[in-house]
Unconditional design. Structure first.
Length: 807
């Protein structure tokens, strides 16, 4: 039994627990989540302890409450879901006589169905989705601390296989190395080496031959000698590099070690053409950020594409391949939007700035429904167009590459589903990036899916997520907690392990978190735009005056609301899209409720637009109205500016730095943030950053060291954390600089694109090798997921299309 529960039930504290539960129980609310329970418990303690009604609860009850994830009341009973540790969940019934009994997944899902009035035992069983048995074939990571380090684990696993069964694995390695070619040119091995034994002999001979040369002599000098021994280009550009590669292979064939396997596979030239799939719009290089649905994902994919090209170029050069003759190519696949609202989203092909061979390729949705498909479509509405989009995109990609790509990476649910469909058809290694799993962002989105399906279509989205997660060869996550959460809170992928979609299906086991497919590979920031405010020589000195006026003083009723009576006060700054979860209105509320904060600071917010006209996004329209009404309600005239502008990246980089010049602070108040690129941008600029404690920022920031956490659901607490920092600064004026320096250091040490891409390419190769050696093992899970796609996803997507046509 969960230890704190045992401790409470075995002690006098069980009456405190009973009292807390009866205090919490309300006729119209039966379901409580962690944040609500914690807030309620604080209130309960304040009322009861301060009144002296009961003695202060001791450690056991506090530990129990702190471990609660959910609390569900049913009649006189309560069911609690607790978290004994990372990636672990247990559920218990608490009976009225203060005894307890564990309950299992099936019972828990049925209870949740009952709570929302959707449990119909007389109508037979619901579809149960359970992928667990399929993962029994594959290696699993045992220690939850190591979840997310899939590639390290896989290296150990594969090298131990090589060790246990050298014959079979050497053969697999030999066959794998014989496979590779680029633009019609055979790489690594030719027909002179016929089997693994010959490979081993020839490697030793080649190493002997190379001793005749100086280490820095170029490949062209000994190319033909190597070729006659069975080795084609791809081993290195100099004698030294080829020696290293062959020595690694020699070591691997004789005594396989994980490090040697990783080092060797990371050098195998097998990736030259990459597709990054990011379907929903707006995907472009100018004038798109800050629109609904268009934020960090676009920034991430563009920066990743640039960085991938650079890394591939460097690797090709090191491998001794002719870059000029056959350069690597990265294609970003997105949808073409005919009515493109002044952006380039109607162009089928657009070169990515600052690259040699990176392109945005846009493929239109089929015109089933021109009113919709000619225009931008919300990410929640695009499910019906994705299968045919994948079919059409396949042709475009084959033509663009003049062949198949070597790697496909999906982004967000829609891109991940398309990546799944493309990789099925093209038989290519495929990775996915979630960016945001809506299931964690929208509380109760699965339980109440039927009430929300008109607007959000989560039944399609969560089914697509399950399919993509389970078919992907690897999953790139930006943080560890995205996968398995923290000791206190559940992870985003973890939330797919079991859940109910009442009346549709029960997910008994939706994802195997211990699978080595999970890898934490955080993104970086584009360091040419975002850098410390102290790097004065790189700053856009010609733009500072214009941008300072824009932030603090410029009058523009069409795009700016509010003015500042005293622009010299330190600014509290935020920038985000105006969707509900970003909670910019929560920050305005916190500022509005705190006269002290208003006294000490100004508030400056950059958020998409200030008028509802022209927006087709319901959440954006609602947020715009809410922002206006809060400014009126709290009379924030003279204290706050709201800029409805879309800044080019160069400007936004300078904006963070100008705020830092004014000794300001950055606040990220999202109700949930999957990762949070603005947090990185603000930190690298040198701004003390205050970010939501729900989601990725919890891992980016180390509280009190290089930034601070805030609870976005508690406006008072948000204001208090900011005020506390300001009052610390009154006593120690250096605190702002200290936090600023540490924030900068944090980003440079952990969040750069260089680290990201070399890790990503290394893991793509290792998964490619694993995929090659274990094809049969994973086929049946794919077939299962294809069945879900055909029987569950497609009929619902078709029904949505019909509904949209008649809307
Ligand atoms: N951004 C912007 N203008 C805006 C709002 C956002 O340029 O009005 C940029 C911001 O600089 C960041 C990205 O959009 O690079 C937002 O990424 P983040 O991960 O913070 O959030 P998302 O929007 O992806 O949820
Ligand atoms: C989407 C989000 O919601 C953000 O939290 C991420 O930072 C962004 O994508 C990039 O991954």
């Amino acid at each position: 039994m969960f230890e704190p529960l045992h401790a409470v039930l075995e002690s006098s504290e069980k009456s405190d627990l009973r009292e807390f539960l009866s205090w919490l129980r309300q006729p119209d609310k039966r379901y409580f989540l962690r944040n609500e329970i914690l807030i309620a418990f604080d209130q309960f303690k304040a009322e009861h302890y301060e009144n002296g009604t009961i003695p202060e609860p001791s450690a056991a009850l506090s530990a129990l409450v702190n471990g609660l994830q959910e609390l569900i009341f049913e009649e006189d009973n309560a069911c609690i879901v607790v978290r004994p540790g990372i990636a672990a969940e247990e559920a218990y019934w608490l009976w009225p006589d203060s005894t307890s009994e564990p309950t299992d997944t099936k019972e828990l899902l049925e209870l949740r169905d009952r709570i929302v009035g959707h449990h119909h035992p007389n109508e037979g069983e619901l579809l149960e989705i359970d992928v667990k048995p399929f993962y029994d074939y594959s290696p699993l990571i045992r220690d939850p601390k190591n979840i997310g380090k899939g590639v390290e684990f896989l290296n150990r696993y594969l090298s131990s296989k090589l060790f246990q069964d050298p014959q079979q694995w050497q053969k697999a390695l030999f066959q794998f190395l014989s496979l590779h070619s680029h633009d019609g040119m055979q790489l690594l091995l030719n027909g002179r080496i016929q089997d693994q034994q010959q490979l081993s002999n020839q490697v030793k001979k080649a190493l002997g031959m190379l001793k005749r040369y100086r280490p820095d002599e170029p490949y062209s000098k000994f190319r033909y000698d190597l070729q006659s021994m069975g080795f084609e280009p791809g081993w290195g550009n100099t004698v030294g590099r080829v020696q290293e590669s062959l020595a690694l292979l020699d070591e691997l064939l004789d005594s396989p070690e994980p490090q040697a396997l990783q080092a060797f596979l990371s050098r195998v030239p097998m990736i030259f053409r990459i597709v990054l799939v990011s379907v929903h719009g707006w995907f472009g290089q100018e004038g798109v950020l800050g629109r609904p649905d268009t934020g960090g994902q676009v920034v991430y994919v563009l920066d990743q594409a640039r960085s991938l090209e650079q890394e591939l170029q460097e690797e090709m050069e090191l491998a001794g391949l002719d870059l000029a003759a056959s350069p690597p190519k990265v294609l970003i696949l997105s949808r073409l939007i005919p009515n493109s609202d002044g952006t380039r989203c109607n162009q089928p092909l657009e070169k990515v700035h600052g690259t040699d061979n990176v392109w945005i390729v846009r493929v239109p949705f089929r015109d089933y429904n021109p009113n919709l498909t000619q225009n931008w479509i919300s990410r929640f509405e695009i499910w019906s167009y994705l299968e045919t989009f994948a079919i059409d995109a396949e042709k475009v990609l084959l033509a663009e590459f003049q062949g198949r790509p070597d790697l496909i990476i999906g982004n967000y649910t829609d891109g991940n589903l398309v990546a799944f469909l493309l990789s099925q058809r093209l038989k290519v290694t495929h990775g996915i990036v979630a960016h945001a799993l809506e299931k964690s962002k929208y509380l109760f989105s699965n339980l109440y899916w039927q009430n929300m399906d008109n607007q959000y279509h989560f039944s399609l989205q969560f089914t697509a997520d399950l399919i993509a997660m389970n078919t992907a060869d690897f999953i790139i996550s930006s943080t560890h907690q995205e996968i398995v959460g923290t000791p206190e809170t559940s992870g985003q992928y973890e939330s797919y392990r079991s859940f109910t979609m009442p009346d549709l299906y029960h997910v008994m086991h939706g994802i195997e978190l211990k699978s080595p497919k999970f890898n934490v590979v955080p993104p970086g920031v584009n360091e040419s735009y975002y850098f410390p405010y102290t790097d004065t020589s790189d700053r856009l000195n010609g733009e500072i005056e214009r941008l300072t006026a824009l932030l603090f003083t410029q009058d523009d009723p069409g795009a700016i609301v509010g003015s500042l009576d005293d622009p010299s006060k330190p600014p509290i700054f935020s920038m985000a899209r105006l969707d509900r979860i970003k909670n910019l209105s929560g920050l305005v509320e916190a500022f509005g409720q705190s006269p002290e904060l208003q006294e000490r600071c100004n508030l400056i917010v950059i958020a998409g637009k200030i008028h509802t006209e022209g927006t087709t996004d319901a959440e954006e329209a609602a947020e715009i109205e809410k922002m206006h009404s809060l400014m009126h309600q709290y009379n924030l005239w003279g204290k706050m500016r709201w800029l409805g502008v879309r800044l080019p990246k160069a400007d936004s980089g300078e904006v963070y730095r100008i705020i830092a010049d004014h000794h300001g602070m950055f606040v990220q108040p999202a109700l949930f943030e999957a990762f949070g690129l603005t947090v990185l941008e603000a930190m690298i600029s040198g701004l003390p950053t205050f970010a939501t404690e729900f989601g990725g920022p919890l891992e980016i920031i180390q509280n009190g060291v290089n930034g601070y956490y805030i609870n976005p659901t508690q406006p008072n607490q948000m204001a208090e954390v900011l005020l506390e920092f300001l009052s610390k600064r009154d006593h120690n004026p250096r605190i702002w600089e200290e936090i600023s320096q540490k924030a900068i250091a944090r980003v440079y040490s952990t969040y750069t694109w260089k680290i990201h891409t070399s890790r990503l390419l290394s893991l793509a190769r290792i998964y490619g090798f694993w995929e090659y050696t274990s094809q049969e093992n994973r086929k049946d899970l794919r077939v299962y997921m294809e069945t879900l796609f055909q029987l569950l996803y497609k009929p619902r997507a078709k029904a949505l299309l019909e509904e949209q046509t008649h809307r």
